[in-house]
Design a binder for this molecule. Structure first.
Ligand SMILES: Nc1nc2c(ncn2[C@@H]2O[C@H](COP(=O)(O)OP(=O)(O)OP(=O)(O)O)[C@@H](O)[C@H]2O)c(=O)[nH]1
Ligand SMILES: [Mg+2]
Length: 494
């Protein structure tokens, strides 16, 4: 019976054991068959898990945050983290304390620097014409510079000398904190001679993202790691933990001791006059906490959600964050990048693998220049970056969402009397009110997208102040819906 079946089935005949098989041959054959089965099962398992990973990746949503340095990318990411990764947010809370302390100390040291130079030059003039930013307008030449009468000399008192002396130790504390925090604590100051907004390095497309994942360790997370209290970490010796806690306590102690003097310096009328004359608006600078000295310079200071959102720590390289967005039922991967010119070449490897890009352009910066290249107007730099992204064929089908950010600062700036037309001549005689200005910039970005996109694309824009967490939560919900719908549509088409 068996033989006739084998005769009919060539495969069964081929794999059937030889009719004269000895018991030891049979044992060896069964052993090798079992091994082959094990290997085959292993391969099946691997294929199944790779397929599942691929499916998970297909189901996940990948969003890239882009924009120049200080445009608000990390702040936007923090809004996501606060909403969807509450546990990590809570874990990192106390680590932000040192960064906020450093932000505050840095502002005080800036005030001391300004005071020092004013005391050696009490006839402090207004900002010299040569340091005015290059116009953000590409069509018209800048207007003539107005000349004002010479200002009265500033009058300094004993209080100023005492404050300089008493607050001097903060310089050492700043250096110490910056050393412990690493490169992310420093702001970019190098003057790049490149003028293109988004340089493409040779071979950039071929680079793998892993190369940058290593660099990402230098950023926000690792910087926070260095300050995280790790009492229960078995890896760490008790001495190292004690050293870290002692250092943190020393900084807190110095700050608590300087609290009143810091407040006196910030509220001093002569100090305010110096700032006014040098056109220095501390409120608009990143990591501004001078109005919170009383609260922060305390021994038991614990950062609030709002403090963490407003804390400034620059991003190096590219950092990946994963969130589970419950209402969408998807994993979201967000990539936060460093926006300084020297970091932009690192963006390219991420372009072909994202569902959407959130591009942040701070519109309050129409009268400011890039930190890394003082010749370049910040609004002009955002226009150039936006144009480059819109025109890339690789991104022709990628949803790009524009956040015209820092609207709160724009409003503040216009209210303080800064005229857009002085920096953007093509603005002409339009009203210098916030609504007109926002509309004008928005139209300009829309025009660039229309003119430079290789295929027609929808213009998604939000006017934002991402330090406002409530308003941002509502914006992000709209953005999430839009991204999800677009990615589902794309999945349907595939
Ligand atoms: N007032 C105000 N401040 C903002 C706004 N968005 C960001 N900031 C502040 O601007 C500073 C810079 O923001 P970040 O989010 O660190 O900027 P970034 O784009 O990540 O900068 P890089 O990491 O250098 O590329 C921080 O101190 C923020 O608190 C805003 O809409 N309004
Ligand atoms: Mg950042």
């Amino acid at each position: 019976m068996t033989r006739s079946f084998e005769a009919e089935d060539p495969l069964a005949a081929a794999i059937a054991p030889p009719p004269d098989e000895t018991p030891s041959q049979r044992e060896a054959r069964e052993r090798s068959e079992a091994e082959a089965r094990r290997v085959s099962d292993e391969i099946d398992k691997q294929i199944r898990s790779e397929r599942a990973a691929l499916q998970r990746r297909r189901d996940s949503v990948r969003v890239l945050l882009l924009g120049q340095s200080e445009s608000g990318k990390s702040t936007t990411l923090k809004n996501f983290q606060m909403q969807y990764a509450r546990e990590t947010w809570q874990e990192e809370r106390s680590s932000w304390r040192s960064i906020i302390q450093l932000n505050l100390i840095r502002s005080i040291v800036s005030l001391l620097d300004v005071l020092d130079s004013a005391m050696t030059n009490p006839h402090l003039p207004l900002t010299p014409a040569s340091s005015r930013p290059r116009t953000a307008d590409r069509t018209t030449s800048p207007p003539p510079v107005r000349t004002d009468p010479p200002p009265l000399p500033l009058e300094f008192s004993e209080l100023h000398r005492i404050l300089r002396l008493r607050l001097a130790p903060l310089r050492g504390v700043q250096q110490d904190l910056e050393r412990r925090l690493g490169a992310a604590a420093e702001e970019v100051v190098a003057s790049s001679m490149r003028t293109e907004a988004l340089p493409l390095p040779p071979g950039a497309r071929e680079r793998s993202s892993e190369e940058f994942a290593v660099r990402s360790r230098d950023g926000w997370r690792s910087a926070l790691e260095r300050f995280r209290p790790r009492g229960g970490d078995v890896q760490e010796t008790a001495r190292a933990a004690e050293w870290r806690n002692r250092k943190a306590a020393e900084v807190t102690e110095v700050l608590a001791g300087c609290g009143e003097d810091m407040k006196a310096l910030w509220e001093d009328s002569v100090m305010r006059e110096i700032l006014r004359r040098s056109k220095r608006r501390m409120e608009e600078e990143p990591g501004f906490f001078l109005n919170d000295i009383e609260r922060i310079a305390k021994r038991d200071y614990e950062p609030s959600d709002d403090d963490i959102i407003r804390a400034r720590l620059r991003t190096l390289g590219v950092q990946e964050y994963k969130f589970y967005v419950e209402q969408a039922g998807h994993d979201w991967y967000m990539f936060d990048v460093g926006g300084a010119r020297s970091s932009r070449a690192h963006w390219y490897p991420y372009f072909d693998d994202v569902n959407a890009i959130i591009f942040l352009a701070p519109i309050s910066c129409f009268d400011e220049r890039l930190r890394e290249d003082r010749r370049v107007n910040r609004l002009e730099d955002s226009y150039m970056l936006w144009q480059t992204l819109c025109s890339l064929r690789l991104l022709a089908k990628t949803q790009i969402i524009l956040f015209l950010n820092k609207c709160d600062l724009l409003e503040q700036k216009l209210r303080s009397g800064v005229k857009v037309v002085d920096h953007v001549p093509s603005f002409g005689d339009r009203g210098n009110d916030v609504e007109t200005v926002k509309k004008y910039f928005q139209t300009h970005f829309k025009e660039i997208a229309k003119q430079h996109s290789p295929e027609p694309r929808r213009f998604y824009v939000h006017l934002t102040s991402v330090v406002d967490t409530r308003a941002t939560a509502a914006t992000l919900r709209t953005v999430e819906d839009g991204i999800l719908r677009a990615s589902l549509r794309r999945a349907d088409l595939l």
